[in-house]
Write a protein that binds this ligand. Structure first.
Ligand SMILES: [Fe+2]
Ligand SMILES: [Fe+2]
Length: 271
């Protein structure tokens, strides 16, 4: 089974990349299932029903989030009504929505997805390492293919989660920093690992937002309004191949394409 993982979709430029490029990637890499992190999909901050439905329409099966999940107020109600939209599983009891899902490919094969958030340089949520094991148990006997989106800042915490879950899940893929790392690998127990999938959005920016406003905040310490940038849109993510019988990953490939490269791939596929 081939699973496509798309890194943080940022604003309209990110959604355009998915709309124009996802189907060609699915075709080219024979993807059976698509997961995307959508925490920045609505104007760079959060998620709305309209945006979530538009992303799903492009062929995304399950959507994960992170610290920006509640930025749009409507998400507080919406997340509880949309099963395909996850928020980190280690939010304390009382937070709306859910952090894991047993989804199915179009031909009925089970894929477990778990969304977790780190605690280093981030809000102090429940222990993601303990919650990961608890969530895993919910999939016991139901599927061996399990993909974890670990939304975290610190490389060390992400790598620790990779080793914590090695041999227990198909892949641990990091999100949140918006900068793709080049450390994709198979851990000894058969878990695919990548510290950060990167950002699907405008790369002539500071992690998605217009550079001037972010720079002004760093230089003056004063509040400034961040708007999504537009330049240099790139789709970032990873392709994970797994043996469904064991749930072990057999390969992981990092993906990074400009819009032009995606369009060229589409033209090639048509020939
Ligand atoms: Fe993000
Ligand atoms: Fe984030």
């Amino acid at each position: 089974m081939n699973i496509l993982f798309i890194g943080d979709i940022f604003g309209r430029p990110g959604r355009d990349l998915v709309r124009r490029g996802l189907s060609v990637l699915v075709e080219r890499f024979e993807a059976d299932f698509v997961i995307a992190n959508v925490e920045n999909a609505a104007g760079g901050f959060g998620i709305t029903r309209e945006v979530c439905e538009a992303v799903a329409e492009c062929g995304v099966d399950v959507m994960t989030t992170g610290n920006h999940v509640w930025d749009k107020k409507e998400a507080l109600d919406y997340v509880a009504t949309e099963a395909r939209l996850l928020r980190p599983a280690n939010y304390p009891v009382g937070a709306p929505g859910r952090g894991s899902l047993l989804a199915r490919t179009t031909d009925g094969r089970g894929v477990g997805v778990i969304n977790l958030m780190g605690r280093v340089f981030m809000a102090a949520l429940d222990d993601p390492f303990a919650v990961a094991l608890r969530e895993l148990e919910s999939f016991a006997g139901r599927t061996r293919v399990i993909i974890v989106d670990f939304h975290a800042e610190a490389t060390s915490e992400k790598m620790a989660m990779g080793w914590h879950l090695d041999g227990k899940v198909t892949a641990v893929i990091g999100t949140h920093t918006h900068v793709q790392t080049a450390d994709e690998r198979l851990l000894p127990g058969g878990t695919a690992y990548l510290t950060d999938a990167g950002m699907t959005g405008p790369h002539d920016s500071i992690i998605g937002s217009q550079a001037e406003a972010v720079l002004a905040r760093f230089r003056t310490g004063l509040p400034s309004r961040f708007e999504p940038a537009t330049g240099n849109p790139r789709l970032h993510g990873a392709l994970i191949t797994t043996d469904e019988a064991t749930g072990r990953a057999t390969a992981i490939r990092r993906l990074a394409f400009s819009l032009d490269e995606l369009e060229a791939m589409r033209a090639e596929t048509r020939e």
